[in-house]
Design a protein around this ligand. Structure first.
Ligand code: H79
Length: 425
């Protein structure tokens, strides 16, 4: 028990923002990577690139001036903000974060700070972010922007393009003041209330400068949550590494981000999509540690979300419609991962997410010291027989518990939630 207390004590190391409540309860977010790279679809000069579609400019070492020409062919006529918001809603998603500008430096929004944007530089000529802000608000989905604040391969003074520009001649301060900060201010001014500003890969700023940047942006929208990748130990919630879940439960507001196939940005030849079962189990696994899953999709250059992403997200949503009580608004489960699955919790309730039913149907919940009131299947409320042996709780599961991919059982208990400090968790 002492070991577990120590696990639970690990926080995110960030200062708690007063508005993290909605974020902690949300559990499921949709990440969208969409930019000029979506049009390239993982191909340049007849060669296929693998890994991450949004990195193709770097992988093929495309000169900025040549890459910029892609904009003149970017015309996502199939983009439909209401369809995207409807999909997110059907999938049970509570917040959506989209790339306003990725490392390529192209603004997918109307920007006065740089002409290298979707309204000015493409035949499309409209601002899809405006439409998406409106569409998500209608569906009660919190909306947020990803913004690559340091890395900008288009700008001679931006971070991390050394194939085209001389690193030693770069003036990061000028890049920040001319482009990154003005664009961030545009995003925080022109799109209504933002749930999130998702920064990525910090660089070129001291801690003081980062604090100043954060303060000046929070002044525009104090309620908006900034991701920890703003750098220097700042930010309002924690993002771990890409596709990383912490080993032990972590208190506070945090998120794991995952790709749906193997790439963030659209790659035509990447069909390695996670099945609905894999998504559902991943979501439960992240929730069992106390975090949110933000799952990414990569729409193509025409504005279409890949067929398998649409299909599998909708199937995930069907599971969530029935079992959402065991995900939304939960905290980490106070019983660690078991051979059969994971747990999540609410005051008075422990949810057992059974991924694989033990052959004899006997499900062991070790270290369960609270008094048990009732045990039942979440789906049909049918009660489940149980017995207590010391601090071990043993359930005799009904045969239907074989349902893939995650059958949830509820243990109602009395007493305080173990390992849970009701003030701060
Ligand atoms: O936006 C997504 C990534 O593009 C961005 N963060 C997530 C959310 C990111 N920036 N840098 N990195 C991730 C780390 C760099 C990974 C790389 Fe690679 C490994 C770059 C080159 C090798 C991935 C694999 C990209 C190309 C191949």
């Amino acid at each position: 028990a002492q070991v577990m207390e120590e696990m639970w004590d690990k926080g995110t190391g960030l200062k708690e923002h007063p508005n993290v409540g909605w974020f902690k309860d949300a559990k499921f977010g949709l990440f969208i990577h969409w930019g000029l790279y979506s049009k390239l679809a993982g191909k340049w000069n007849g060669k296929n690139y693998y890994g991450s579609g949004e990195w193709i400019m770097n992988q093929a070492k495309i000169p900025a001036a040549e890459y910029a020409k892609v904009a003149s062919t970017f015309n996502p006529v199939n983009f439909n903000a209401d369809e995207w918001a409807q999909l997110a809603s059907d999938a049970g998603i509570k917040y959506l974060v989209i790339t306003a500008k990725h490392h390529e430096g192209f603004a997918m929004f109307d920007s006065k700070a740089s002409d290298f944007n979707i309204v000015k530089a493409t035949p499309y000529g409209k601002d899809p972010m405006k439409a998406l802000a409106t569409a998500t608000a209608k569906k009660n989905i919190r909306f947020g922007f990803y913004y690559s604040q340091f890395v900008d391969w288009h700008e001679p003074n931006g971070g991390r393009n050394s194939w085209d520009f001389d690193e030693s001649k770069k003036n990061y301060a000028s890049y920040y003041s001319q482009k990154a900060i003005p664009q961030l201010k545009e995003l925080l001014t022109n799109y209504g209330p933002l749930g999130i500003v998702w920064f990525d890969l910090p660089g070129g700023l001291t801690k003081e400068e980062t604090q100043k940047l954060v303060d000046s942006l929070h002044a525009l929208q104090p309620q908006s949550l900034f991701s920890s990748r703003v750098g220097q130990g700042l930010g309002d919630y924690k993002d771990f590494g890409d596709s990383e879940i912490p080993d032990a439960p972590v208190k506070g507001a945090w998120e794991s981000i995952y790709t749906h196939n193997d790439s963030w940005g659209y790659i035509e030849h990447d069909l390695n999509f996670k099945s609905p079962a894999a998504i559902i189990q991943l979501l439960a696994k992240v929730a069992s540690k106390g975090g949110n899953l933000m799952l990414n999709v990569g729409p193509d250059g025409n504005g279409r979300i890949p067929y398998h992403s649409v299909k599998y997200l909708r199937e995930t949503g069907k599971w969530l419609k029935k079992n959402g009580e065991a995900i939304y608004g939960t905290t980490y489960g106070f019983i660690p991962q078991q051979p059969w699955g994971v747990t999540t919790a609410k005051p008075g309730k422990l949810f057992l997410h059974v991924f694989s039913r033990p052959g004899n149907g006997k499900l062991l919940v070790p270290g369960f010291s609270n008094a048990v009131k009732a045990v039942y299947a979440l789906g049909n409320r049918q009660s489940v027989s149980w017995k207590k042996a010391g601090n071990d709780l043993e359930l005799q599961l009904p045969a239907f518990a074989q349902d893939a991919p995650n059958t949830v059982f509820v243990v109602e208990y009395t007493g305080a939630q173990p390992g849970y400090d009701n003030k701060s968790a």
